[in-house]
Design a protein around this ligand. Sequence first.
Ligand SMILES: Nc1ncnc2c1ncn2[C@@H]1O[C@H](COP(=O)(O)OP(=O)(O)OP(=O)(O)O)[C@@H](O)[C@H]1O
Ligand SMILES: [Mg+2]
Length: 304
Amino acid sequence: MMNYKGGVGKTTLSANIAADIADRGNKVLLIDLDPQANLTLSFVSIEDWKNLDRQERTIKHWYDQYLDYEHNTSLRELAITPSRVNAKIKQNGNGGRLDMICSHLELVEVDMELSSKLGGHTDRAIRKNYFNVLSRLRFKLDEIKGEYDVVLIDCPPNFNLITQNAIVASDCYIVPAKTDYLSTLGINTLLKHVDTLTKKYNQHLNVKQHRDIPPISPQILGIVFTMVSYHGGVPISAQREYISQIERSGLPYFNNSLRENKTLFASAPEAGIPVVMNHGNTQQEQIRRETQALVDEVLAAIKE
Ligand SMILES: Nc1ncnc2c1ncn2[C@@H]1O[C@H](COP(=O)(O)OP(=O)(O)OP(=O)(O)O)[C@@H](O)[C@H]1O
Ligand SMILES: [Mg+2]
């Protein structure tokens, strides 16, 4: 889940899509790569999060170990099964599970340290360091991804090395966007950055030592419109304009979107259960149906 524009709904969408896919009977792994840790705190209580910090079981500690030259910690050791959402998944009886790898506020510093690992005195050292830093998440995720039906990564609102790690590790990506001028403006640039990263990374595979490693080709699954306001059953005209702009641009987008509802979306993280899993009044049920329809589309797009 990626867009370097902030506050467009990446985390909310990650939580809801992952929970619904798990609730349908799949094993899902959610990875929070944002130092703001909003996704982590959408499922895990502050108390449990502090415990994970003490046990050094966050993605920040995992990168720290890499930076300290202990290369071998498996991501498996970080994955937890958040209790509140999984109790609900269990109650619904389809046999799924939602695991998660939590973030940490100090992940910001890890990014700076990763940058300092790039470079070197010779061309060979520069190539090797670039390849190692960029491949970190990809190779370690390869070890455990067979244990899950879907792995979903929530990226921070930037294109730093941690986000680049996520792209290199991903088969595809979703771009959540608000329907306003500034949110739709940067999408083409974002796609260009992914393209440039892909080409650069694959060039580094073009040497004898890496000949057995397959190239990456992260595909855009589509843009998801978030926080859409409706009037008379259609998005309000100010937003319709930006939706049709994207439609005309030829970029892939999802037909279903996330409706704006501050009350429901603001209170869900504290309860530890995403909106899509709750029942309630007409608005709640409508959002539930629409989000489930979006998940149908996402799953169909992944299978393609
Ligand atoms: N459909 C929605 N309706 C109303 N509020 C929403 C909706 N989706 C998200 N929000 C709210 O908007 C804010 C930003 O959402 P969110 O954290 O998901 O965005 P983000 O893109 O992950 O942000 P960041 O770039 O900081 O990581 C949050 O307060 C969230 O509760
Ligand atoms: Mg976020």
